[in-house]
Design a protein around this ligand. Structure first.
Ligand SMILES: [Zn+2]
Length: 283
């Protein structure tokens, strides 16, 4: 009846449902690919296509911001413009369905800055955006740790800023340049802006980890993954491609690797959980 859920996985999911432990879902760029947002790291990624002169490792850095804040802002305003035009897809909506089922047991950890989980309908207080979001900016000089709304400027790639727009890119507190509240390649995770410690703690307390569309190439997701193995909790990896997580899971007894579009696999998990809910109620 299910294409992606084995008998063993179905049993594990039902057992988990009957437990009281939280579920952590970790998402990466793969879930937003179906919404038309290119991945940051794929060969058709933002950074590669988006900039002839700079590699992503250069554009998304504090070093580049120090050299040329306007170039960085041009780039991020363009990304924000793309993200706003995109719409959440069935994968995002399936995760909203899982939040409705698990409620206080539900946590969503995302590497995505596109805001599509929020727009799909997940509760903001249930979303841990470990790489930040394009909803906020903060002072580039950190005169305050206060977050300010992201500038309401939308532009195509090569459009220059007007003087009146440049003012909006500055810290309202000290008038130095502000920066998007996102984690850059030459920066480290922290609790203050990215809730990194809270996120690891929540994941450690979970009884099920579902990883969707991420290749495991950044450190925090790798820590969450290896802690889950240490804690011997079931892990489901959903990805259209083989990746370091899925390779590792072949040797882990409670590991399940589903090679599929995220929406298709998540819909099956949601369907199973919904059916089980109905059965419980009718018993
Ligand atoms: Zn400031």
């Amino acid at each position: 009846m299910y294409q992606f859920l084995s008998e063993n996985l179905i049993k594990i999911l039902i057992d988990f449902k009957l437990s009281e432990k939280p579920i952590s879902i970790l998402t990466g760029a793969g879930i937003s690919a179906a919404s038309g947002i290119p991945t940051f790291r794929g060969k058709d990624g933002f950074w590669v296509v988006g900039s002839k002169n700079y590699k992503p490792e250069k554009m998304g850095t504090m070093e580049m911001f120090r050299e040329n804040p306007l170039a960085i802002w041009k780039w991020f305003i363009y990304i924000k413009t793309i993200c706003e035009k995109a719409k959440p897809n069935d994968g995002h909506f399936a995760i909203v369905g899982l939040e409705k089922i698990f409620q206080s047991r539900f946590y969503l950890i995302t590497q995505n800055v596109d805001g599509l989980h929020e727009r799909a309908g997940n509760s903001p207080d249930k979303i841990f955006s470990i790489h930040g979001t394009l909803d906020f900016m903060r002072c580039g000089e950190l005169c305050t740790s206060e977050l300010f709304p992201f500038p309401a400027i939308r532009k195509d790639r090569e459009e220059n800023f007007l003087e009146s727009e440049i003012i909006q890119l500055k810290c309202p507190n000290c008038v130095e340049f502000a920066r998007p509240n996102v984690l850059w390649f030459d920066e480290f995770y922290n609790e203050l802006f990215y809730k990194s410690e809270t996120t690891v703690r929540i994941a450690n307390e979970s009884g099920l980890l579902i990883i969707v569309g991420t290749s495991g190439s950044t450190t925090l997701p790798s820590i969450i993954f290896s802690n889950a193995i240490k804690n011997n909790i079931p892990i489901i990896d959903i990805n259209t491609h083989e990746n370091p997580f899925s390779k590792f899971l072949t040797n882990y007894e409670k590991g399940f690797s589903i090679q599929a579009e995220s929406a298709l696999a998540l819909k099956e998990i949601l369907d199973l959980m919904t059916r089980h809910l109905t059965q419980q109620r009718s018993n």
